[in-house]
Ligand binder design. Structure first.
Ligand code: MGD
Ligand code: MGD
Ligand code: SF4
Ligand code: MO
Length: 712
């Protein structure tokens, strides 16, 4: 018998509503037989991408871990009971804490937990509860510079402004490919249609990217840019706005400090001066500035490519500054702040937790803390470098840093040096294969879903709650339950009688359970909703267009247009500008990343449905660069940096700028225990990226702009 049920896709940030046909397959297994977009969903309106069709394949993947596993002496994994697994993990972690102190146990939170309310709550409760001073996450391989920009400019790391996509007349996309990524820190299902709608109402979409991306192809204009030069471009645009008196900052309606200083700083980087380094002619830079300033609602959207590069923090700052100067911050059609039904940023504000930067630094390399976390680029050396505070115990949650951190190969070599490692994950991936114990979580349709984090970045105020459709496979448990249980047991096994507040918090959280916590957050949130009320509107609740709310969020603070840390970092940019005019080394190319619609970071490659067809992990190269090297599409080439080398197939195309090559991340599962993924062509780009090539200000990995050579 077949039945139709509603669900939410949690594979990326778009949060599409799904209509799922459940029934028994030919193999007799109860499963999802068909996945369709929910046309009645108030937000996604029927949109889905190919990944959604594979959502149940992950649940049923024969390689999925469904019982707790312990690594035996011979290196194989053998099933054990939950009680044994949790107790042993807690005991080993507690012993390391007691013996070596709070730096010696590290935690790493991976990307998928953002898509699970229980997971995100559980990971925060664990990292803070056990009292680790060595916290890491994918943030420092991703959006950290954007959070730092918000922290410095607006005084709160979680106040990330979002383009008002439904009303904007001018969207400048710098280093994002939303048609493929489906939008990031800009939750909006159906990105292609939404971009087309901007154009249909007479607006304009401009893309700045070293590759003519899928997004560039639906835009009005695309400009190739030299990787890592976006800060120069934005400074030159801001300079044009100041020098031609096009600014309208007063329209923001808030106290703004540092505007003059911003103008002075920008005046050092005129369009004439930077055009060569940026690769865009000065007249075009000026025109882009004028169009941005004059549009009736403009937004500068800067994302991954703008963050994970040498000047990620400067670029992220200038992307906000451009919208401040042109009076587009907090304005309909500009960049705005959603009012989510669970308003975590507001809650954090009330608790005085607006973020922090450089309160302390990492032991080995002195990289700055951000929001209590250290950059993942320094994780491997914190494990391998001797000293009292060396990391000896490690907890990973939904992460795969061997594949996702810069120079993951070094981490692959470092992890065996740990005294103990426990991982909460669906798979024995490149990272978790090093764990002593793996704890299996439920996945996707096995749990309730409410997008607690991503609705805070939605281009419309919306809410949708869907319930679990399947029981857990094997003995898998909710991330929330695993993480809070592990934290509590670890504290209980520590010597002495301390940590009373943490124990009380964890006990209370466990007693409530994640669903009741979300319910409480919904009830006390700005829209006064509840799980029950959301369940009565299964196609989602439209809570209206974004509304100006910056004054409420600033709580009396002024906007800092020219924060001192960024102004000081301009010296580094200045040095780069001088270097750019000097000639580069013979044969040198700049490596950038790429995402594919059918792939999700490092972990959906074990599914036949998504991976058949031509290989995705190819090195893109411009025809002129290829002919210089007498190379052709299909050749197997060697990609080499100062950190490592991989062998990958070449794809020659003029969609990539001359002097630039592109390889997607997350491939090269040869190291993992994944039968299908092992067989794919490709390699891990992070065997080539460099843990010392960073946005030096924030410590964020610079995946884009890595100097490489390509040989036959
Ligand atoms: N070179 C290069 N490197 C990059 C990037 C790049 O563009 N270029 N992108 C960076 C970015 S933006 C990110 S976000 C990171 C991602 O990097 P990570 O967050 O480190 O890793 P993922 O590849 O997302 O792997 C996630 C793991 O979580 C598991 N998982 C999935 N769902 C669940 C769940 O519900 N619970 C639990 N417990 N586990 C689950 C999966 O099985 C998988 O093993 O990579 C970064 N690395
Ligand atoms: N299908 C799919 N969707 C995903 C993911 C996935 O793996 N697959 N991952 C999810 C995650 S974790 C994230 S963080 C988001 C990321 O979402 P996006 O930021 O939209 O995704 P990317 O494809 O990484 O886009 C980065 C763009 O920056 C460009 N770029 C590289 N270097 C530079 C530079 O120096 N300057 C400029 N201007 N551009 C540059 C690249 O060519 C690329 O087009 O996507 C999410 N959605
Ligand atoms: S865009 Fe695709 S992966 Fe993302 S939520 Fe929608 S269906 Fe899922
Ligand atoms: Mo990400």
């Amino acid at each position: 018998m077949e039945e139709k049920r509603l669900g939410t896709c949690m594979l990326c940030e778009a949060s599409c509503g799904l209509v799922l046909t459940l029934g028994n397959g030919d193999d007799g297994v109860h499963k999802v037989l068909r996945v369709e977009g929910d046309r009645d969903d108030t937000f996604s309106r029927g949109y889905v991408c190919p990944k959604a069709t594979a959502i149940d394949d992950v649940r049923l993947d024969p390689d999925r871990v469904t019982e707790p596993l312990r690594r035996t002496k011979s290196g194989e994994f053998a099933p054990i009971s939950w009680n044994e697994a949790l107790d042993e993990s807690a005991e080993r972690l507690a012993a390391i804490f007691d013996r070596h102190g709070p730096h010696a146990v590290a935690t790493y939170t991976g990307n998928p937990l953002v898509h699970s309310y229980g997971g995100i709550l559980g990971s925060v409760l664990l990292s803070q509860g056990i009292g680790s001073y060595s916290r890491f996450s994918a943030t420092s391989a991703d959006q950290l510079p954007q959070m730092l920009a918000s922290y410095e400019v607006l005084g709160h790391q979680a106040l990330l402004p979002v383009p008002d996509l439904e009303r904007t007349r001018h969207l400048l996309i710098v280093g994002g490919n939303p048609v493929v990524s489906n939008g990031s820190i800009m939750t909006a299902p159906g990105m292609k249609r939404r971009l087309e709608e901007i154009r249909a109402r007479g607006g304009k979409v401009v893309v700045i990217d070293p590759r003519r991306t899928e997004t560039a192809r639906v835009a009005d204009e695309h400009h190739f840019v030299v990787p890592g030069s976006d800060a120069l471009l934005l400074l030159a645009m801001i300079d044009t706005i100041f020098s031609e008196s096009l600014g309208k900052a007063s329209r923001v309606g808030q106290k703004i400090v540092g505007l003059e200083e911003l103008g002075r700083a920008a005046s050092r980087f005129s369009a004439e001066r930077v055009e060569h380094a940026v690769g865009i002619p000065k007249d075009t830079i000026r025109r882009l500035a004028r169009e941005h300033a004059k549009a009736d609602g403009a937004a500068c959207y800067a994302r991954m490519g703008a963050c994970t590069q040498e000047f990620g923090s400067l670029t992220s700052w200038l992307a906000i500054a451009l919208d401040v100067v042109t009076g587009n911050l907090d304005r309909p059609g500009g960049k705005m702040f959603p009012t989510p039904a669970v308003d975590l940023a507001k809650l954090a504000s009330r608790l005085g937790m607006r973020g922090s930067f450089a309160r302390f630094t990492s032991r080995v390399r002195g990289l700055p803390e951000f929001g209590g976390e250290l950059p993942v680029a320094t994780l491997a050396e914190e494990i391998t470098t001797e000293g009292k505070k060396r990391i000896r115990g490690f907890v990973t949650m939904a992460g795969n840093p061997v594949s996702s951190a810069p120079n993951g190969a070094a981490l692959d070599l470092a992890l065996p040096k740990l005294d103990f490692m426990v991982s909460v994950d669906l798979y024995r991936n490149e990272t978790t294969r090093h764990a002593d114990i793996i704890l299996p979580p439920v996945f996707g349709l096995e749990r309730d879903h409410y997008d607690m984090v991503l609705y805070a970045f939605a281009v419309r105020n919306v809410a949708r709650y869907t319930e679990a459709l399947f029981p857990p496979r094997g003995s898998a448990r909710e991330d929330f339950d695993i993480l809070t249980d592990l934290a509590l047991r670890t504290l209980q096994k520590r010597k002495g009688f301390g940590h009373l507040a943490q124990k009380a918090t964890l006990t209370a959280a466990r007693a409530l359970g994640s669903r009741r916590i979300v319910d409480l957050l919904l009830r006390t949130g700005p829209h006064k909703l509840s799980v029950k009320s959301l369940l009565s509107t299964p196609h989602g609740r439209d809570l209206g267009a974004l509304e100006p709310r910056l004054s409420e969020l600033l709580e009396g603070r002024a906007i800092q247009a020219a924060p001192a840390v960024f102004v000081a970092d301009l010296a580094r940019l200045e040095a780069k500008l001088s270097e750019a005019t000097a000639s580069k080394r013979e044969g040198e190319l700049l490596l950038i990343g790429r995402r594919s619609l059918r792939s999700n970071n490092s972990w959906m490659h074990n599914l036949t449905r998504l991976t058949r067809g031509k290989p995705v992990c190819t090195l893109l190269m411009h025809p002129d660069d290829a002919s210089d090297r007498a190379m052709r599409s299909g050749d197997t080439v060697r990609l080499r940096s100062k950190k490592g080398e991989v062998t990958v197939p070449l794809e020659v195309s003029d969609e990539i700028a001359r002097g630039v090559v592109s390889l997607p991340h997350g491939w090269g599962q040869q190291r993992a225990d994944l039968r299908i993924a092992k067989g794919h062509v490709g390699a891990s780009v992070n065997d080539v990226t460099d843990e010392s090539f960073l946005d030096a200000l924030s410590g964020t990995a610079a995946f884009n702009g890595v100097k490489v050579e390509v040989t036959a």
